[in-house]
Design a protein. Structure first.
Length: 245
């Protein structure tokens, strides 16, 4: 079905024969004409260790045995989409206070060989203080994988992970998303490590710190943390009034 945008950015359907406006009475539609897909939530859980951005993946043991996939859950008749994603994240991590954001809805007809599936994808960001690693390790077939070095993926999940990384890289420029990958109190080196892991490249220390202080509000604490053989590094935290994107 072809679409174009008019001057008001509203979608104008060029082939009305393929358009099915939602009626007041859903039963007025033939089930042969309107798809009734399975709706699932997929949660891309990301963290940083070994200086790399890592995603939690599940190895499949069904018809796609040996391939890896983003953890997903079907949306039941009794739960909303976001509620399902949050319940799924809690099951994965044992925690409720982890950053979760809706990423995109993937609904290509042939994206899943199991049938007509619409995937509402979220990404979640955790760090060593917010993730219960024991709960994560208890997931059957679960393993952390570097986002830049993925195993053989099932369905369209490699595309989803590439899109997730691209979105995160873009959001670094105007949100505080990188702060969700470090602890509440962090050194500037730890924050730079998080940015470098997302961007997959080294950043100049002086320029990074200048930019961080120019666009984010940070409080310097009285605490320090040892980082290697050098003198202790000062710990910082985001000011409570800072944006929470």
């Amino acid at each position: 079905m072809k679409q174009r945008l008019d001057s008001n950015d509203s979608v104008v359907q060029q082939n009305n024969a393929e358009l099915y406006p939602a009626p007041q009475n859903i039963s007025a539609f033939s089930t042969d004409a309107v798809a009734r897909p399975i709706v699932e939530t997929a949660v891309v859980l990301l963290t940083i260790f070994d200086a790399k951005l890592q995603a939690l993946l599940i190895q499949l043991d069904t018809e796609s045995a040996g391939l890896w996939a983003i953890p997903s859950a079907y949306v039941s008749a009794n739960h909303g989409v976001e509620e399902t994603a949050r319940r799924q994240l809690e099951h994965m991590t044992g925690q409720r206070n982890i950053y979760l954001e809706q990423l995109y809805t993937f609904g290509d007809i042939q994206q899943d060989p199991r049938g007509r599936v619409v995937s509402v994808v979220y990404f979640a960001l955790g760090n060593e203080s917010s993730l219960d690693m024991q709960a994560v390790k208890s997931l059957a077939g679960a393993q952390w994988w570097p986002v830049i070095s993925l195993p053989s993926m099932a369905y369209n999940h490699d595309s989803i992970l590439r899109y997730t990384l691209k979105r995160m890289q873009g959001k670094l420029e105007y949100t505080t998303i990188g702060f969700h990958l470090v602890s509440e109190e962090f050194t500037l080196r730890e924050l730079q490590n998080a940015y470098e892991a997302i961007l997959n490249r080294e950043l100049d220390k002086r320029n990074f710190r200048k930019k961080i202080f120019s666009i984010h509000s940070l409080d310097e604490t009285s605490d320090v943390k040892m980082e290697g053989p050098h003198r202790p590094a000062r710990l910082y935290r985001r000011k409570t009034s800072a944006e929470t994107l």
